[in-house]
Design a protein around this ligand. Sequence first.
Ligand code: AMP
Length: 304
Amino acid sequence: MSLVIVGTVAFDELITPFGKSGKIVGGSATYASLSASNFVGETKIVSIVGEDFPEEQLQKFKEKGIKTEGIEIVKEGKTFFWKGEYHNDMNSRDTLDTQLNVLADFNPALPEDCKEAEFLMLGNLTPAVQMSVLKQMNKRPKLVILDTMNFWMDIAMAELKEVLKEIDVLTINDEEARQLSGEYSLVKAAAKIFEMGPKYLIIKKGEHGALLFSKDEVFFAPALPLEEVFDPTGAGDSFAGGFIGYLAKTRDISFDNMKRAVINGSAMASFCVEKFGIQRIEGIQDAELKERLRQFISLSQFDM
Ligand code: AMP
């Protein structure tokens, strides 16, 4: 098994109804790899940061079995920065600032061992970089997942459509599925998106769960009703990291196993939102994960 996650390693600044985070560590690859590390012994990140990125965080990645050789550190460069503010329902947010900084000129050169990955997550990042990573692989990975967002649909739709032709699973939220397909119905959106290349589609619906589509099956995973939702940032990436981490651990990419992967991803997302930033996703114990999976099963099990 080998898992490579490409994405942002970033600084975030978050405003939620519960408070302001100040400048903290975030990024799509950060959340996804911390989440995946609960399933696999070794995850490799491919990303870029500036010299301002804290060495302690890179050390923390290593302690979790996350290899950082693929994170380029640009001398005197500034790390990608994102600032967002959540609305009162915590389901929607506004991006207040996106500073690409070192990401603007990122041209990844994959370490040799990353080129052999069997499981590849092209996390939220510029589609051109996602494509460049895919092209550098020595062989087609067993499974390629791509996560993206409206930001890239707005400024790089053509490149995004090119990379969609090459992947297996696309994870996006409901609004992004509508934007990408031009369809309001998510069932019609899925059909249009399958014509673009992906074989599976996961539509994330925040506190309303997630839908997994193949061309002829659909599965719905609820989100766990939580007492505390503190900060939804990174929930989507934690979901995707849990999903691919579980698949990489079990090495089974059947639709039935993808259902279990979706539940594991949903469990990781439910942890993520309980605290600001990566605080919660950094320290999950096996017993807690088991208990949460049990809650997911009992949430939607019933006799007829
Ligand atoms: P999520 O809440 O799962 O959508 O992910 C939030 C994370 O995505 C934050 O930690 C940000 O640093 C990162 N992020 C925000 N905007 C972008 C972007 N345009 N490209 C890549 N990563 C981003």
